[in-house]
Structure formats: structure tokens, C-alpha cells
Design a protein around this ligand. Structure first.
Ligand code: ZN
Ligand code: FE
Length: 255
């Protein structure tokens, strides 16, 4: 099993430090900046060997070059966006497997937030590193993709078990919950989760990772094919892309 640690960075980013115990290999997922990674490595006594990037945004790659220079770490990132990943050594894409010691990640192309976004799924550890594709109770903004693309990308997670831990890259859950209630306010699981999120945040606790099972029950962006949610936004669940597009656009303007 991977040993996975959460590192807060910038204002609301989470970086993930991942150690494969049999080999001692250590990867950081989406290092926004180097300093908090260095501090965590020093505390844990771990040696960084890999950097795994999900997409090119600065708040996911800003620490790449400094960490690579210091640790000679191997930078792994999306083949579809290699030219925008600083220091990339290994390009991976849809359907490929990336081996980290005794564990392996299945790689998925998940365009929508950016055109070259990927996700890493470590099935033996029930761990999904999805960057800015799926958030707790939300999903990434569509900067470089269409609603149809993003809905298809999120659909790639359908085959993963409910227990899968969703290691997304931001603490956006509380505002996502406020929005989710505006389109799915009759969902009792969502109401309960929103309360739990408020409690956790009031105590200064992180709400990430969540599980895919929780997201399936409460995340409106995974529920665009739910008849009640569709009705709430005046659309038909038989066209989930239209429902998805509508709620994504409402979220873009939600304050
Ligand atoms: Zn991003
Ligand atoms: Fe981000």
C-alpha cells in the first residue's frame, strides 16, 4: 500500500507525497511549489525520486524544476501536453501503466479543464490522483475543453470502486457544497455531507480525500444523468451533457 501524505500549498492547493514502501520510491503529485515539499521530505526523512503531474497549470507544476534540480527526480506528465510540462522526462497517456516500485498507476486522458489533463489511478491502493478534473463536490472549470469532453472524462472513473480515495488538488469543498445544494437540494446525502463539511472546515480540518462513492452520491457533476437533478435545472437526464453544461455554467457564475 502506498503511504500518502497531504501537503497544503499556496492558498488552497493540496500536494500529495506518495511513498511506495517496498522500493522506497517517493513521488510528489502536482508540486505547486518546492518549499512545502522540501519541508515535508525533511520531516519524514524521505528522498524524492519522482514528480507526477496531472496538467500544466502553474499551481501544479511550479515546483517541478527546483525539485528536479535538487533531487534529480524523474518528471512524469501528460504526453498530450508535454511541451507545457516543465522538465518532463516521461510522457504518459490514456491506457498506459506507470510503474512506481511495486505499485502501478493506470493513466487516463481526462481532457476538459485543460486539453492535456491526465489522471493516475493506483488500484492496489484505491488511490485516484485526478488533479483539477474531479473535486470533492465539484469539478474543474472548462478552460480548454467542452462539456461533452469533461463528462466523458469523468465517465472514465465509473469503473473504479466506491472505496477509491479521490486525491484532488484543491480545498474547494465548502463552496462547492453551497453550490451543489442549489441544484440538488433534495438530496439527503448531499445535505448531510454539506453539514459535515461545514463542521470540518470550522475546525480547520481538510475535507480531501473523499471517496468516489461519496462523490457519486452527492457531487452534482457526476449526477448529470440523475432525473431529479436534471428536473431541478429544467432539463432531461437523457441528455446528461446538456445537464452537465448547464450546471457547470451556473457554477461559473455562482458567488
Ligand atoms: Zn488547473
Ligand atoms: Fe489547480
Amino acid at each position: 500500500m502506498l503511504d500518502i501524505r497531504r501537503i497544503p500549498a499556496l492558498t488552497d492547493n493540496y500536494l500529495w507525497l506518495v511513498r511506495e514502501p517496498a522500493s522506497g520510491l517517493v513521488a510528489v503529485v502536482d508540486p505547486a511549489e518546492a518549499a512545502p515539499v522540501e519541508a515535508a521530505l525533511a520531516t519524514l526523512g524521505w528522498t524524492l525520486t519522482h514528480i507526477l503531474n496531472t496538467h500544466h497549470h502553474k499551481d501544479h507544476t511550479g515546483g517541478n524544476l527546483a525539485l528536479k534540480a535538487k533531487w534529480n527526480a524523474t518528471v512524469v506528465g501528460p504526453a498530450a501536453d508535454a511541451e507545457r510540462i516543465p522538465g518532463i522526462d516521461v510522457e504518459v497517456g490514456d491506457g498506459e501503466t506507470y510503474i512506481l516500485g511495486e505499485e502501478s498507476a493506470e493513466v487516463f486522458d481526462v481532457p476538459g479543464h485543460t486539453r492535456g489533463h491526465i489522471a493516475y489511478w493506483f488500484p492496489d491502493s484505491d488511490a485516484l490522483f485526478c488533479g483539477d478534473t474531479l473535486f470533492a463536490l465539484g469539478c474543474g472549470r472548462l478552460f480548454e475543453g467542452t462539456p461533452a469532453q469533461m463528462w466523458a472524462s469523468l465517465g472514465k472513473f465509473d469503473a473504479m470502486p466506491d472505496e477509491t480515495l479521490v486525491f484532488c488538488a484543491h480545498e474547494y469543498t465548502q463552496s462547492n457544497a453551497r453550490f451543489a445544494l442549489t441544484v440538488d437540494g433534495g438530496n439527503v446525502a448531499l445535505i448531510a455531507r454539506a453539514r459535515a463539511v461545514d463542521d470540518a472546515r470550522a475546525k480547520g480540518q481538510a475535507t480531501v480525500p473523499s471517496t468516489l462513492g461519496e462523490e457519486r452520491a452527492t457531487n452534482p457533476f457526476l449526477r448529470a444523468d440523475d432525473p431529479e437533478l436534471a428536473r431541478n435545472v429544467g432539463l432531461d437526464a437523457r441528455d446528461p451533457v446538456a445537464v452537465f453544461a448547464e450546471i457547470r455554467q451556473r457554477k461559473d457564475h455562482f458567488k
